[in-house]
Every structure is written in structure tokens, then in C-alpha cells.
Design a protein around this ligand. Structure first.
Ligand SMILES: CC(C)(COP(=O)(O)OP(=O)(O)OC[C@H]1O[C@@H](n2cnc3c(N)ncnc32)[C@H](O)[C@@H]1OP(=O)(O)O)[C@@H](O)C(=O)NCCC(=O)NCCS
Length: 149
């Protein structure tokens, strides 16, 4: 059952409602996408299923999902602006993500987090059982050397 507090916040997947300036400002200062150019954020949003959290019509949170909508999805860029943290907003976003019609029946959903394991664990995520089986190409400084964007 939704609490009274939850009802102040609304989740929407309408891309047209997203506050691109807010999203870019947050991500460009985040630990995982530091310096990301705005046009890269715009391209990412255009090609993702995006979830915005709103309070009184103003955006306060975000997440996006990259998926084939059949077998696999990657959850990325989850954040809530500092003034609205600790009020269950990220859990509302996570509920919207995990219950979304187009994300049912997937074989795998992947995410990467430095310290929010306790949030995602509440929605069924577990640490990799076989991390040695996963491989990645990772360029954490890609936006800092000025070559992308
Ligand atoms: C992480 C973040 C999205 C949480 O948003 P929030 O709306 O404040 O969180 P909620 O109020 O919905 O509560 C989250 C729950 O997960 C838990 N949690 C676990 N790890 C957490 C973390 N690193 N930060 C915040 N909560 C965390 C909280 O204790 C809380 O548990 P509860 O259900 O027992 O109350 C927000 O702190 C944020 O934007 N942080 C900066 C960006 C970031 O680190 N994003 C995650 C990238 S993977």
C-alpha cells in the first residue's frame, strides 16, 4: 500500500517531461559520468526507457533502462536530487522500473553501483554469482579527455 508521503511523488516514463538541464547537471557531476557532455546525455535519453520522478510537476529523480525489451536490460543513471532524498523516491522509481510492462520476463537485468546495493537488493538484485564470467570494456575517464562529445 502507498504511504501518504509516496503520493506526493509521481513517476512518469514520458520522455517529453524530462528536465534535460537537471539531468545533465547531475550526471556531469556524478562519480560515474563526470564531465559527460550534454549531447551524449540527450542521445542516451533518446535511446532509453526513462523514468522521471516529479514533485509538484518538478523533476526530482531519474533512472533509465537500456533494453531489447525481450531478454535483457541494463539499469543506469539512478539519482534523486539531494533535497528529496530519504523519502522513498528511489524506491518509487525502482518499483516503476521493476513493474514496467515492457520489462517483464527478462532473463537478466544488470546494474553497477558503488554503494547503493541495499536499495537494489530490496527489488531482487543480487551480487554477481560468477563475476569471473563477466567481461567489460570500461573507460571511466572517457569524458575527461575531451575526445567524446
Ligand atoms: C541512492 C539514491 C538514488 C537513493 O535515493 P533516495 O530517494 O534518497 O532513497 P530512498 O529514500 O528511496 O531509500 C533508499 C533505501 O535504500 C537504502 N540504501 C542503500 N544504499 C543506499 C545508498 N547508497 N544511498 C541511499 N540509500 C541507500 C536506504 O537505506 C533506504 O532503505 P530503507 O528502505 O530501509 O529506507 C540517492 O541517494 C542518490 O541519488 N544518490 C546519489 C546518486 C547515486 O549514488 N545513485 C546510485 C547510483 S547506482
Amino acid at each position: 500500500m502507498k504511504s501518504k508521503k509516496d503520493s506526493l511523488y509521481k513517476i512518469s516514463t514520458d520522455r517529453n517531461r524530462l528536465d534535460l538541464a537537471l539531468i545533465h547537471d547531475f550526471l556531469a557531476n556524478s562519480y560515474w559520468a563526470k564531465g559527460i557532455p550534454r549531447k551524449i546525455v540527450e542521445r542516451a535519453i533518446k535511446n532509453s526507457l526513462c523514468f522521471g520522478a516529479y514533485r509538484d510537476g518538478k523533476q526530482v529523480g531519474f533512472a533509465r533502462v537500456i533494453s531489447d525489451f525481450a531478454t535483457i536490460a541494463y539499469l543506469a543513471d539512478v539519482f534523486v536530487v539531494p533535497e528529496h532524498r530519504g523519502r522513498g523516491v528511489s524506491k518509487l522509481i525502482m518499483r516503476a522500473v521493476t513493474e514496467h510492462t515492457d520489462l517483464q520476463g527478462l532473463r537478466r537485468i544488470v546494474l553497477v553501483t558503488k554503494d547503493a546495493h541495499g536499495l537494489y537488493a530490496q527489488f531482487g538484485f543480487k551480487p554477481l554469482a560468477n563475476p569471473e564470467n563477466f567481461m567489460t570494456i570500461h573507460k571511466p575517464d572517457i569524458y575527461r579527455d575531451g575526445k567524446v562529445g
